[in-house]
Design a protein around this ligand. Structure first.
Ligand SMILES: CC(C)(COP(=O)(O)OP(=O)(O)OC[C@H]1O[C@@H](n2cnc3c(N)ncnc32)[C@H](O)[C@@H]1OP(=O)(O)O)[C@@H](O)C(=O)NCCC(=O)NCCS
Length: 176
């Protein structure tokens, strides 16, 4: 039976963090940068274990998302991955259920940038695809991010105009 656990980054030992990073490098076939790993830390991780083997990871960290003049506290989901030979066993759903619980309890909304492969996965969980424009609050001002067209949100305590503009805070690496 899989064992799903949650913990803040600060409470994960070096072995577990190493296992999570290695898993994500495998899941994303090497396309998982130092920045991607940095983005996935500093919040709550959900981990699926089979005995001593880590087979699934996801985390939620805090970001500010600006929408219609307000700066919402967002639980931003990062580093979602299930080992290739364990997919379609419900593990991804178990990870997201834990993070959605955290989002409901602590944030105005959830948000994430989806891969092509995971579009149906998030939609099937009730996440809403952003229909409007996206942008980032960069050191040079607000800049449109038209390539980031697979942003999903999970409204919690706020009502969102999905056809409006959503602006993320600034960070190194991929902004969304
Ligand atoms: C996306 C991912 C995490 C899903 O994990 P998973 O453990 O396979 O997901 P689940 O078994 O919980 O799937 C739950 C439901 O989501 C949907 N779903 C999941 N993967 C899907 C896919 N590839 N295509 C279509 N629907 C999918 C299905 O409705 C599925 O239910 P079903 O199996 O009864 O049909 C996994 O495919 C993965 O690690 N992919 C590679 C990395 C990646 O793209 N991560 C997302 C980053 S944003």
């Amino acid at each position: 039976m899989p064992d799903v656990r949650t913990a803040h980054t600060a409470d994960l030992d070096a072995h577990t963090l190493h296992a999570a990073r290695t898993l994500l490098e495998d899941v994303f076939l090497g396309d998982f940068s130092e920045h991607d790993w940095e983005h996935a830390r500093g919040g709550i991780h959900a981990l699926v274990w089979e005995d001593t083997e880590l087979v699934g990871h996801a985390s939620v960290i805090q970001r500010r998302l600006i929408h219609e003049g307000r700066a919402f506290r967002a639980g931003y989901v990062e580093g979602v991955g299930v080992r290739a030979d364990r997919r379609r066993h419900g593990y991804g759903g178990m990870l997201m259920a834990e993070l959605e619980r955290v989002i409901r309890g602590a944030y105005d909304l959830g948000a994430l940038g989806s891969t092509e492969e995971a579009l149906d996965f998030y939609a099937s969980r009730g996440w809403k695809r952003w229909e409007g424009t996206t942008s980032a609050l960069t050191p040079a001002g607000i800049i449109r991010t038209p390539d980031d067209d697979a942003i999903f949100v999970l409204p919690n305590s706020v009502s969102l105009n999905l056809a409006g503009e959503l602006t993320c805070d600034w960070r190194d690496g991929e902004v969304w």
